[in-house]
Design a binder for this molecule. Structure first.
Ligand SMILES: NC(=O)c1ccc[n+]([C@@H]2O[C@H](COP(=O)([O-])OP(=O)(O)OC[C@H]3O[C@@H](n4cnc5c(N)ncnc54)[C@H](OP(=O)(O)O)[C@@H]3O)[C@@H](O)[C@H]2O)c1
Length: 286
């Protein structure tokens, strides 16, 4: 199995590299070796290596910065995704692309399945939805895995930010009226690898997220508690629960982003069991 992986230095990209079966031939590209906004380079790379599957883990993920840098967000998340879809089509390969719960507006308070209508409320979500639509339109052999609240041992994420706060603060204000499912990037990587291994490659939209739904404040409380139990240098930071309206940031966020992973899990022989947060925290602070 020959795979072209883009965004290989990101959270998901790194977790995929750590988990790919040994016998697979992997061409792992970071933003330096393959800028997905460069259509000609993407096509050259794909024609040279002829991967059976392209996994796109590259994205512009700075949600607040995207509000003022929409050109770059759309270049990477929309045009870059289209470039990969067209290149995959040119060699008869598959594209597995990753998207976000932020394509939804968060008004509906029931777990979100693949048939529900997207309606993004920020530039990041709009650019990701554009990427989904362009890729699905350009190449039939495209699967899009939407996920949410990604964290891991790598890169930048909420868990790592909270752990740093846990070394220096006693009290922290955290938003309590946005609900979602934290997703360990290692579990997402495992789900994507299993999708590649299926006999019949799935097409279209699939949702995948961790199995616990919570607010950011709940998530922060769990992180502080687990870290303080594990190591003395971490404090049990007290979480002050605040409303989104009382927290200043550039981009609007959906109030509800719980993804329903039923369809994807049914496709697999065995559903993915979510890795406990405690395991990831132990890896980060040991
Ligand atoms: N993080 C989340 O909470 C979250 C939630 C829902 C969905 N998602 C989606 O999940 C996927 C993986 O996210 P992640 O958390 O692993 O993201 P990440 O850690 O931010 O990694 C994204 C990677 O993409 C690379 N990249 C940016 N622009 C590029 C370009 N023009 N060409 C090639 N590579 C480029 C970045 O490289 P540089 O750092 O060198 O720019 C980075 O290594 C993304 O599709 C994201 O939209 C993420």
């Amino acid at each position: 199995m020959r795979i072209l992986l883009t965004g290989s230095q990101g959270q998901l990209g790194t977790c995929l590299k750590e988990r790919f079966p040994e016998e697979w031939e992997i061409i792992a590209c970071d933003s330096q070796t393959l800028d997905i906004t460069d259509a000609q380079n993407v096509l050259n790379m794909v024609k040279t290596f002829e991967p059976k599957v392209i996994i796109n883990a590259a994205a512009y993920t700075k949600v607040d910065a995207a509000e003022t840098n929409s050109e770059q967000a759309f270049a990477v998340n929309a045009t870059g995704t289209l470039n990969l879809a067209m290149a995959a089509k040119s060699i008869g390969g598959r594209l597995i692309h990753v998207s976000t719960e932020q394509v939804f507006d968060g008004h509906q308070q029931i777990p979100l399945n693949e048939n529900m209508a997207p309606n993004p409320i920020n530039v990041y979500g709009q650019s990701k939805l554009a990427g989904e639509l362009l890729a699905l339109h350009a190449h039939i052999d495209t699967a899009i895995v939407r996920t949410s609240w990604v964290y891991s041992e790598h890169g930048h994420n909420f868990v790592k930010v909270m752990l740093n706060k846990g070394l220096e603060m006693l009290k922290m204000r955290v938003v309590d009226d946005q609900i979602g499912c934290p997703t360990y990037a290692g579990d997402l990587a495992e789900a994507i690898i299993k999708l590649v291994q299926l006999k019949h490659s799935p097409r279209g939209l699939l949702h995948f997220a961790g199995d616990q739904q919570m607010s950011w404040a709940d998530f922060a409380h769990q992180i502080f508690t687990l870290a303080a139990e594990k190591k003395q240098s971490y404090r049990q930071v007290s979480v002050e629960r605040i409303r989104t309206a009382d927290y200043q940031c550039a981009a609007k966020r959906p109030a509800y982003g719980v993804l329903d992973s039923t369809t994807l899990n049914k496709l697999l022989d065995q559903p993915i069991v979510s890795t406990p947060l405690a395991h990831v925290i132990a890896k980060l602070i040991d």
